[in-house]
Design a protein around this ligand. Structure first.
Ligand SMILES: C[S@@+](CC[C@H](N)C(=O)[O-])C[C@H]1O[C@@H](n2cnc3c(N)ncnc32)[C@H](O)[C@@H]1O
Length: 213
């Protein structure tokens, strides 16, 4: 199953940026900066962008962590090829990409100041999401911050239908977490806060790894 999902994303990587740009280029760029600002990333920080895709969020984060390091992780080599090309184009020297599964991260514990995950947490199927949340916590430093961005439940009927189809593709465990995501995140992180953008279309949920965790 995992292999087929990887192949699906490899294929999708050829159109991903085109579709996002057609959908709303300015809004996407605004949202990436919004996520970077809210994550509180500082110039010297080490940042992990989980399920980085074509690296759009990671490249924005690299502008904030100028003296630090941004690592983008994804299990699709197709997506990572696009991400590396993007990083090379802007000459980002503090940005690298690693192929790995979100549920088994190849990093030492307590390594990152900030972990972000944009429009991907809902795409982690089966047990992967629970594993990924545990891995995020393990890899964060004490008091490190985790921020995930996702679509809010759409109001427009057709888009709402697509949103529910996406949830259906996530399987039972996935849908359970969406329904109870705040309580689930509060079991793992402290200071969990949810906010919605002015348009009401995007939500951001941030939490911290406690000092004693
Ligand atoms: C909708 S894209 C989001 C990409 C990017 N974060 C963005 O905001 O543009 C979802 C990404 O999650 C990645 N992904 C899905 N399941 C994964 C897993 N188990 N491990 C690592 N990456 C995964 C896919 O390859 C894809 O690049």
């Amino acid at each position: 199953m995992r292999k087929y999902r990887q192949k699906y994303y490899d294929f999708f990587s050829h159109f991903y940026d085109v579709i996002i740009n057609l959908h709303s280029r300015d809004r996407s760029l605004y949202l990436r900066h919004y996520l970077a600002r809210k994550s509180g990333v500082k110039p010297e920080n080490k940042v992990l962008d989980l399920c980085t895709g074509t690296g759009s969020v990671a490249t924005v984060l690299s502008q904030y962590a100028q003296r630090g390091l941004v690592v983008g992780v994804d299990f699709s080599l197709g997506m990572l090829t696009k991400a590396k090309a993007k990083a090379q184009k802007i000459g980002a020297r503090n940005l690298c990409f690693v192929a790995a599964d979100a549920g088994a991260l190849p990093f030492k514990s307590d390594m990152f100041d900030v972990v972000t995950c944009s429009h991907a947490m809902y795409e982690l199927t089966g047990k992967t999401r629970k594993l990924a949340l545990q891995e995020i916590k393990r890899c964060l430093k004490k008091n490190g911050r985790f921020c995930m961005m996702e679509h809010e439940e759409p109001k427009q009927p057709l888009i709402r239908l697509l949103y529910y189809l996406r949830l259906l593709s996530m399987g039972k465990e996935g849908r359970e977490i969406v329904r109870h995501e705040l309580s689930e995140l509060r079991r793992i992180f402290s200071q969990v806060v949810k906010e919605t953008t002015a348009s009401g279309r995007t939500k951001l949920i941030c939490g911290e790894k406690g000092r004693k965790d």
